[in-house]
Write a protein that binds this ligand. Structure first.
Ligand SMILES: Nc1nc2c(ncn2[C@@H]2O[C@H](COP(=O)(O)OP(=O)(O)OP(=O)(O)O)[C@@H](O)[C@H]2O)c(=O)[nH]1
Ligand SMILES: [Mg+2]
Length: 348
């Protein structure tokens, strides 16, 4: 049986192999992604992000355990966008699980960072699809929160849980990093520590005051503008989702059932308001747009370098004979004319 067939049958070794091929950008990965794509779109994706050491892995471990009790098949992906050179070993530590390591219904994998941000985000999306195709119905993506990187990675999560902890001055940091804007659910972890109640109150006030959160933020991301023209749609649009704040002590599982319920409530809200389909559509549009941009750019570059035009153009830019923008526009136009004259998609 080939790799795809084994993966679709739920073979863990085939799945692990497929993920490695994807991570290494092996030429086979694109074919693999194409072959499994029709079998995807069934899994729930839940992102867990937050500052280093906030307890993300402990929460993921606890949620995994709870989802397993409901009979769900759970995959955990840990992505570390902050350290470009950290490989499996360090990431392995980051997602050390207390439970579930020997459970065939649980699959845990860390993703090494290779290449740029877009690459990492592409890897994450591709790996999520492989897990989905392999029959994991619940996929938890853990990534350490530091800025734009996890926002990109969290694109693949239908529900994003942002983990905060009291006493780190995270309140201010979080706003800066825009991390609250991606939150669908907030967990105030390490609630056994001083200051948890205060942090909960602060977050709740911020969530209700800041129009960008729960409206322009997650709502715009996941639901978009009210679809008034759709048959049966409420003219006022769906009720905005206000991210709930849940107190947790992940080390003792305290608050984790409530956290799970909040995650499920968000999913139900997305489903009931049609937000899920709109969000998926928008994410796919962004993905396809990005790929078209990359592929077209690569093709144009390859074409221009082949006959020396690239070097010549750069020389003119460097001598200030032409500005970068005009040079790029000219190159793209020439490339399009060239493609149009002989390409398979040529139009009269
Ligand atoms: N007191 C207390 N400690 C906790 C709690 N949750 C996690 N910890 C501890 O905090 C430390 C970090 O927990 P992790 O789950 O590894 O945190 P993380 O956010 O995944 O860390 P990174 O992936 O390295 O960013 C561990 O020693 C945990 O045992 C909690 O609710 N209370
Ligand atoms: Mg971790």
């Amino acid at each position: 049986m080939d790799l795809v067939a084994r993966l679709l049958a739920g073979d863990r070794r085939a799945l692990a192999r497929a993920i490695t091929l994807t991570e290494n950008e092996d030429p086979a990965a694109a074919r693999l992604a194409a072959a499994v794509y029709p079998h995807t779109g069934k899994a729930r994706t839940i992102g867990v992000t937050g500052p280093p050491g906030a307890g993300k892995s402990t929460i993921v471990d606890g949620l995994t355990h709870l989802y397993r009790r409901e009979g769900r098949r759970v995959a955990v992906v840990a992505v570390d966008p902050t350290s470009p050179f950290s490989g499996g070993a360090i990431l392995g530590d980051r997602i050390r699980m207390r439970r579930g390591a020997a459970d065939p219904g649980v699959f845990i994998r860390s993703l090494a960072t290779r290449g740029h941000l877009g690459g990492l985000s592409w890897h994450t999306g591709s790996v999520v699809r492989l897990l989905d195709a392999a029959g994991f119905d619940t996929i938890l993506v853990e990534t350490v929160g530091a800025g734009q990187a996890e926002v990109e990675i969290m694109r693949y999560a239908e529900t994003t849980v942002v983990v905060m902890v009291p006493g780190l001055g995270d309140e201010v940091q979080a706003i800066k990093a825009g991390i609250l804007e991606i939150a669908d659910v907030l967990a105030v972890n390490k609630a056994d520590r001083e200051g948890a109640d205060r942090l909960v109150r602060e977050l709740e006030i911020m969530l209700r005051m800041d129009g960008s959160v729960g409206r322009g933020g997650p709502l715009a991301r996941k639901e978009g503008p009210a679809a008034g023209s759709e048959p049966g749609a409420d003219a006022a649009g769906p009720e905005p989702w206000v991210p709930p704040v849940v107190k947790t002590v992940a080390t003792t599982d305290e608050g984790l059932p409530e956290l799970l319920r909040a995650v499920e409530a968000h999913h139900e809200h997305l489903r009931a308001t049609g937000g899920l389909e709109r969000w998926r559509r928008r994410e796919l549009a962004a993905e396809v747009r990005g790929l078209v941009r990359d592929l077209a750019g690569q093709a144009a570059h390859a074409w221009a370098t082949a006959d020396g035009a690239w070097e010549e153009l750069l020389g003119r830019v460097q001598r200030r004979e032409i500005d970068p923008r005009s040079a790029s526009e000219g190159l793209v136009q020439e490339f399009l004319r060239h493609a149009g004259s002989g390409g398979p998609g040529a139009r009269g």
